[in-house]
Each structure stands twice: as C-alpha cells, then as structure tokens.
Design a protein around this ligand. Structure first.
Ligand code: FDA
Length: 452
C-alpha cells in the first residue's frame, strides 16, 4: 500500500475508465462534450483502458443479416443530447446513407452496421483511450489513513512493463463474459456462440455434416439460422429445454421497462417488487427470440418437411448430455426430458448458446474491495448515481456500468439506457468533485447510515 505521493508519481486523472465497450465509449463522448462546453478549470480529465487491440463489440456475432434488438435512437447519445454530433443519424449522414436509411422505415439497423457506428464514434474520441491495455490490478494510494487515489495497473503485452494510471474516480465497464454449462470446456469442436464467426472461418475447406446448437435464446436461434444457410449440406440440430422458441416482448407498454424512469422505479422498489418486475418482464430480453427469426426458422423447417430434405432438426424439451470429444467428432446424446430416453448424436461441432454473465465488477479491485460495501447476497451496494457505496476513508468514486441489475434493473447490461446513465455518472463525478472535504465526509457518513 503506498503511504505517500512521491515526486515521480503518475499524473492524476479525474477519471479512469476500465473497458472501452459501448458504455465507456459513451462515457468518453459525454466527457468530451462536457469539456468542450466548460472552461479549462472545470474540465474533467479522463482516460480509458481497453484490453482489445482495437474497438470491437461482440465481433464473433456480427452475422451479416442479424439486426439490433434496440432502436437506433437509443444510440450512445441521443436520449441525453439529441443534438450530439455522435448520434447514429450523424454517422449515417457521414456515410452518405441517411436518406436510404430513412426510406427503409426501420428502427433496428443491422448489427454489423451498428458496430460500424460504434467504431466510428470510438475513433472520434480515440485520444482518450489506450487499446491493448488490460487492467490487471487496482491499488489504493493512502495518505494519513485516507485513500486519496486509486492506482490502476494495465498490462500492455508480455514483454513490456505494466503501466500505472492514477485516478480520483473509476468507471468500470468491463461487460459480459460468455457462460458455458458447469463442467464443459471450450475446445476446437466445442464452442460458445460468442466465437462463432472466427471459428466458422476455421472450418474453411472442411465439410461438416452436423452441428448441434444448445439454447433457445436470440443467439441460439441466430446460430441455427446462420449455420443452416452457410452449410447447405449439413444437418443443424437445435437442442433446448423449452417446448419452442418464445418471442421477445417488444410491445410498447412492456418496452417502458427500458425507460430512464424505470431505473428510478426499480431502484426505489422493495426487493420483492424488484424480483416481480424481473419475472414479469425478463421476456423482453432473456431467453427470447425476435418473432421474425422464429417465423423464418419455422418456414425453413416446414419447407424441408414438404420437400423431404429435413436437415433442420429441433430437439425440444431436451438436454444435451454425455458430451465427449474424439479426434474427428464430438459424441453426444440428446436426453428427452419427457421420457428420459437418450438418443446418441455425433456432431462435428457443438455450440453452446448458453448466455453471458456480467464480469465480476469488483473482481479487479483487490485490496480496494475491502472498502466497498456489499448487501446480504454479497453484491455491491450501489447508489442511484451508479457509485459503489464505500467506507468513508475511501475518497475516490467507483462507478459501475453493468453489474447493477440487482439495484438498477434490466437495462444494466444493455444499450437502452447508456446515453442517460453516462450523463448521470458524469454529473455525479462533477458534483462530488466540487464538494469541500467536510461535505465529502458528511456524504460518506450519510451513505453508510442509509445502507445500514
Ligand atoms: P461490453 O462487453 O460491450 O464491453 C466491455 C469492454 O471491456 C470490452 O471491450 C472488453 O474487452 C473490455 N474489458 C473487459 N475487461 C477488461 C480489463 N480487465 N481491462 C481492459 N478492458 C477490459 N444490448 C442491447 O441493448 N441491444 C442489442 O441489440 C444487443 N445486442 C447484443 C448482441 C450480442 C451478440 C450480445 C452478446 C449482446 C448484445 N447486447 C445488446 C447486450 C450487450 O451487453 C450490450 O450491447 C453492450 O455490449 C454493453 O456494453 P458494455 O460496454 O457495457 O460492455
């Protein structure tokens, strides 16, 4: 633990962002718009660290016909600042496609197009980010018993020395991690859907005869449709425990669960109501599929039945068991949950579309974790402004973008509310930065009392 600030201490940033996915790109944009508006004195100095060598958003799932599950108007900025030059509409204008997009009468762009938008926006703020920088540790900088700063260590490659950044505030936006079933490891023949496109490219020159896709959510259905189209000679087997794919509820009233106001409601609701809201409206996002894709898959399956060329096979109310890899194949069995009967099914490749879990938001914090308050379930206590509740001796702010579904609701890991959220975090950083030290202590004491 550092006890004093030596002369060669790293320069101090008001804010260090960990990860540079959509959440922190939006944060960088909000900061750059803020700094352009205020004088130099009030500017917030910030830098972001991203482990990937360049911007990339779920590259393995940029299937050429997949579309967004959110309106383009919920881009990185529009809900916070409709006049921003970082909007999806500004992007379209810069690409010469604005009028073509308007004629399309479509709220849901291709995923690949939205990726291009995100990349375009990230480039416009790339003076604020270091790519190829994986954050591996955060340490407290302590003076007179008070944590004044946080030192963020980033690894930049096997041969180079780690780099240390000193921060008054952290914004952690490290996103989601692919989730495999317990005990199943990824191999060259057993994939998670997040690596679909890279892996499929590796099959060039081979002639796979069977794929098995596990899961019944949007990603699973997209994988099935993609493989069925891309490998016209191969059988594609979908295995899931549901009876059939269920449609995503994107009707107007239900969609309000993604509104900025819903975050206020969710945040203040008692735990039991929080649980009920997730139960009622989980089907706006989790384990559901766009209805057009369901219809498309059904049409294909039925057409094959008519033609007698069935290679799209649905194993519903079933689970995949006995998965063992041999040199040229994966042996599996499909177990019917109705009869318990097991049907052997060898496959060239098994793809688990079994979802994602949020990265452990506090996992990187090491010793700093000890200053962070947790609830009875061990989850971080988080204020309405996305700031983790901490012990009063920690003067730094730790803000979470993601990993706050238990406090802020379903938009926590989604794009819907990013524009508003980063505005709220920025406002909090600015306001708390203005507070004299005595107010900061009072604020910390209030936070503790309210969390007891
Ligand atoms: P995201 O995961 O995108 O970014 C986190 C970044 O942090 C990554 O770039 C990662 O490399 C970096 N990182 C992690 N650890 C690090 C470390 N230690 N050091 C440095 N960098 C680190 N949502 C929605 O609202 N509408 C939609 O249409 C979709 N579509 C969609 C498709 C697919 C295929 C998936 C998997 C998910 C979606 N989502 C979605 C949900 C998705 O979580 C959301 O779109 C964003 O990815 C959230 O952005 P974040 O920046 O929070 O995380």
């Amino acid at each position: 633990m550092s006890q004093a600030l030596p002369d060669d201490a790293p320069p101090i940033h008001d804010l260090i962002g960990i990860g540079f996915g959509p959440s922190n790109v939006a944060m960088a944009i909000a900061l750059s718009e803020h700094n352009a508006r205020v004088g130099r004195q009030e500017a917030v100095t910030a830098h972001f660290l991203e482990r990937q060598p360049r911007f990339g958003w779920h590259r393995g799932m940029l299937i050429d016909d997949a579309t967004m599950q959110v309106s383009f108007l919920k881009d990185l900025v529009t809900l916070r600042n409709p006049a921003s030059e970082f909007s999806f509409l500004s992007y379209l204008q810069s690409k010469g496609r604005l009028i073509d997009f308007v004629n399309h009468k479509n709220l849901f762009p291709l995923r690949i197009e939205f990726h291009d938008y995100l990349e375009w926006a990230a480039v416009k703020v790339d003076d604020m980010v270091s790519y190829g920088h994986e954050v591996v540790a955060v340490r407290p900088v302590v003076r007179d018993g008070v944590v004044e700063y946080l030192d963020v260590t980033a690894r930049t490659g096997s041969s180079s020395e780690p780099v240390v950044y000193r921060a008054r505030n952290l914004v952690i936006g490290t996103g989601l991690r692919p989730q495999m079933p317990e005990g199943v490891a990824r191999t060259d023949r057993i994939w998670h859907n997040s690596e679909l496109l890279e892996r499929v490219d590796g099959l060039d020159g081979t002639e796979p005869s069977r794929f098995v896709v596990v899961g019944a959510g949007q990603s699973a259905a997209e994988n099935v449709a993609f493989l069925h189209r891309r490998f016209p000679q191969a059988e594609v087997c979908a295995v899931f425990t549901r009876y059939g794919y269920s449609p995503a509820d994107d009707s107007g009233f239900a969609n309000r669960i993604f509104d900025p106001a819903a975050v206020d409601d969710y945040f203040t609701a008692p735990d039991e109501i929080k649980r009920k809201l997730m139960d009622y409206h989980g089907n706006t996002n989790y384990s559901v599929v766009d209805i057009e894709l369901i219809d498309d898959l059904y049409r294909r399956m039925y057409q094959e039945k008519v033609l007698g060329t069935e290679r799209l096979r649905m194993f519903n109310v079933s689970r995949l068991t006995d998965v063992t890899e041999a040199p040229d194949t994966v042996h599996t069995a499909v177990e019917s949950l109705v009869t318990g009967e097991k049907t052997p099914l060898d496959a060239d490749v098994v793809i688990y579309a079994t979802g994602y879990r949020p990265a452990d938001a506090l996992g990187l914090l090491g010793e700093v974790k000890g200053y962070c308050h947790r609830d009875e379930a061990g989850r971080p206590r988080v204020e309405r402004d996305y700031r983790v509740t901490t012990a009063p001796e920690l003067r730094c702010g730790i803000y979470l973008q993601g990993g706050t579904e238990h406090t802020h609701g379903i938009t926590s890991s989604l794009l819907s509310n990013i524009a508003i959220r980063v505005g709220e975090i920025l406002e909090s950083v600015v306001d708390r930065g203005r507070e004299p030290a005595t107010d900061q202590i009072r604020h910390a004491v209030d936070e503790i009392s309210s969390s007891l």
